[in-house]
Design a protein around this ligand. Structure first.
Ligand code: BGC
Length: 721
């Protein structure tokens, strides 16, 4: 995909001086808007010192409110680079357009909960169009760090604990950003990050080290990157962390041998913010002047923000510490990507009017599809609209929190209605009901509205400021004030739903007994409030499923469904020896991976397989088998079910997980109707990677589970002989 541009790239390279080549490897920070800063920047562009600009002002951009990108300024800089720079090479403008631009989609963790890759692709096409029209041609997204520790603030940016689901979502997002063709003027270049292992930051503490075996790297952590590379992602961002003592920024093993040798990645690698310079603290580089050669020799092509390549690479080439060929290779990769994007022909941003209404509708659909109904005792939900509804809780008037972390350019104000406004629209205006609202806390007013209401909506959650970069927490429970609120609501005896706006699978154990229903609404973006209210009042039937385990206590972390078997009966996740885990609390999850219910019910037939055994030779030659199941909607309304297929290899040369998700299908089934879901299973679902990266399928029996979530038990066996 990118290599086909190599001969054109070589023609350009042949005319470049060493200084100009190094310039292409340098991503500089956007200048300030005053004329003196801009002119200083233009001077650097004329000298060919800059290949890309990061449209960000600080290291933790996701935590700041930052000024939106100024198109005229970007076009002005681009013009200088192309018309006055040495070889007419256009700039890449990179920005953290993570889950939306002006219209904000649900956080990526929520998009994983939708289990709907096609919808994700559609919604991210909108994001690409919106961002590109204002000059961003490269996004540092999608983030695909597998995370088993919800204390980590950055769990919001990824797709949860499962490698297969994360792979599907990563590929879907790349396709959304990059489109069918990177040359499409509505496409932007995507970046698979953070490569590699950052989600395993020890204790969920951000920027900490990771301890990972090659076995886990190969089978868990690399999986979504494999899918992103297959989907044609143009860039990869190396991560801040080390893996068992080896900083990824300076690791030839990860950046070259595995990424290029094993995964076949053809685009270019960029460092994370200042991570080249971090090599000093990590003890790899001696001093400030000593960082750059470690990174480029490992295979890191572009240096983000810290200007180490631009300052020191020339000297290293002259001293023989870095070969000019190494520099050339990196430049060629970057030029190939720029050529593949059509940037030489379609160079400037041309602001256009996007169809905002369509974007907003899609954002609401995404939000609704990602919301998870975890509890609905006595089918209290959906509430009728013609009611007296009380609305209370910290998310009653909250807007910014709905966007979640990493929403740099999201429109707020009336563009992001809060829960009070959404209730007013849906319940009062559309439904003819009445809404009683007080602030977030318990007080005399809230006591009054509680006792005069028929139904109670508690708008709960965690602040977006407790999620995102450098924002990990040591306790993932809801605040004590919210627990009090739930208790108080219970005392009224009114049907009560807790709508939880969160960026991680918060611990719900303390509120669960006091709520009749629980809806996880995530930090659901621009339309989170309307999607949540329409779900609670029955316009939408919830159909999201948990992309992560909901633990009973923070102390149970890490707890994940695809755990490897143990030598004793301690696998509490599946109900086995739960008391062996902890003496003080059941070790099973509160809600397992894949879980979520609906306003209707589904019945599964016994799954069937078209073969009871298959020969190894046929399998590796590309043949497979099918597993089918009938799912009937036995409830009262149309609904969507996520049919999930898990596999276990119980006897193998290495210990394998108790279950692994290998396929899923989200199907809409009308009331009383039945759908047949058929999965095709091939070699890619039955093998695993050895620590050295070789993929093996081992003969023997495989257990296949089909059902509505990870711990469901309908099983059949297939033998590979
Ligand atoms: C983050 C990246 C982000 C980069 C640029 C870093 O601090 O780790 O995810 O893309 O900054 O803003």
């Amino acid at each position: 995909m990118f290599k086909e541009y190599e001969s054109r790239a070589r023609e350009i390279l042949a005319k470049m001086s060493l200084k100009e080549k190094i310039g292409q490897l340098n991503q500089a920070v956007m200048p300030c808007e005053d004329e003196a800063s801009k002119e200083a920047f233009r001077k650097r562009l004329r000298n060919g010192e800059i290949g890309s600009v990061i449209l960000s002002l600080s290291a933790t951009a996701g935590n700041d409110e930052q000024k939106a990108v100024v198109v005229e300024m970007l076009n002005d800089l681009q013009k200088t680079s192309v018309e006055e720079g040495p070889h007419g090479i256009p700039l890449l403008f990179g920005r953290d357009v993570i889950h939306g631009h002006h219209t904000v989609l649900p956080i990526p963790l929520a998009s994983a909960a939708s289990f709907d890759p096609a919808l994700v692709t559609e919604a991210y096409r909108d994001v690409a169009e919106d961002a590109r029209s204002e000059g961003t041609n490269w996004t540092f997204s999608p983030m695909m760090d597998i995370c088993r520790d919800p204390r980590w603030g950055r769990i919001i940016e990824g797709y949860g604990e499962d490698p297969y689901l994360a792979g599907q979502m990563a590929a879907a997002t790349v396709k959304g950003f990059q489109g069918e063709d990177l040359k499409d003027p509505d496409s932007i270049l995507a970046c698979a990050k953070h490569y590699l292992g950052y989600g395993f930051s020890e204790g969920g503490r951000d920027y900490h080290r990771t301890e990972l075996s090659d076995y886990t790297v190969q089978n868990v952590v690399l999986a979504p990157f494999r899918e992103a590379v297959k989907a044609g992602v143009g860039t990869v961002m190396s991560s801040f962390n080390d893996i068992s003592g080896e900083p990824v920024t300076s690791s030839k093993k990860y950046l070259t041998d595995i990424l290029r040798g094993q995964l076949g990645f053809e685009g270019f690698v960029i460092s994370d913010w200042y991570s080249v310079q971090q090599l000093i603290r990590q003890g790899i580089a001696e001093e400030y002047e000593d960082c750059a050669h470690h990174a480029i020799n490992a295979g890191l092509d572009m240096d983000m923000a810290d200007e180490h390549y631009s300052r020191f690479l020339e000297r290293f080439v002259n001293e023989g510490k870095v070969s000019e060929e190494t520099v050339d290779t990196a430049v060629l990769r970057i030029l190939c990507v720029k050529l593949a994007m059509g940037l030489f022909e379609n160079t400037y941003a041309s602001p256009k009017k996007v169809d905002r209404k369509a974007h907003i509708e899609r954002a609401e659909r995404m939000a609704a599809e990602s919301m998870i109904l975890l509890k609905n005792d006595k089918n209290v939900l959906p509430f009728p609209k013609k009611t007296r509804a009380a609305l209370i809780g910290p998310y009653t008037f909250e807007r910014r929190g709905l966007h979640g972390s990493w929403a740099l350019d999201g429109y707020l104000g009336a563009s992001t209605p809060n829960m009070a406004e959404a209730m007013d629209d849906v319940v009062a205006k559309e439904g003819g009901g009445c809404v009683m609202v007080t602030g977030g806390r318990l007080n005399d007013d809230s006591n009054y509205i509680f006792s005069h209401s028929d139904h109670i909506v508690l708008a709960l959650g965690e602040s977006h400021e407790d999620t995102g970069e450098a924002r990990s927490v040591s306790d993932i429970s809801l605040s004590p004030a919210q627990i009090e609120l739930c208790k108080k609501a219970r005392l009224t005896g009114r049907p009560t739903v807790g709508v939880v706006f969160c960026g991680r699978p918060v611990c719900l154990t303390e509120v669960e007994p006091y709520l009749d229903a629980i809806l996880i609404a995530w930090h659901g973006g621009t339309r989170a409030a309307h999607a949540a209210v329409r779900t609670v009042f029955g316009d939408y039937n919830p159909c999201g499923r948990a992309p992560v385990t909901f633990v009973r206590r923070t102390g149970h972390i890490p707890l994940y469904y695809n755990v490897t078997c143990s030598g004793r009966e301690v696998n509490g996740y599946y109900g086995e020896g739960a008391s062996n885990c902890y003496t003080d609390y059941a070790g099973s999850p509160l809600y397992p991976f894949g879980y979520g219910i609906s306003y209707t019910s589904f019945e599964y037939s016994v799954p069937v397989c078209d073969k009871t055994e298959i020969s190894y030779d046929r399998l590796v030659a590309g043949e497979g088998f099918t597993v089918s199941v009938n799912v009937k909607n036995v409830g009262e309304r149309v609904g969507k079910e996520v049919v999930q297929l898990y596999i276990r290899d119980p006897k193998a040369s290495m210990m394998r997980p108790l279950r692994e998700l290998k396929a899923f299908a989200k199907v809409e089934i009308a009331k009383g109707e039945e759908a047949t879901v058929t999965f095709e299973i091939g070699s890619e679902s039955l093998g695993f990677y050895k620590p050295d990266g070789t993929y093996v399928i081992e003969k023997g029996s495989f257990e296949i589970y089909v059902g509505p979530y990870s711990t469901s038990t309908q099983r059949l066996d297939v033998k590979v002989v």
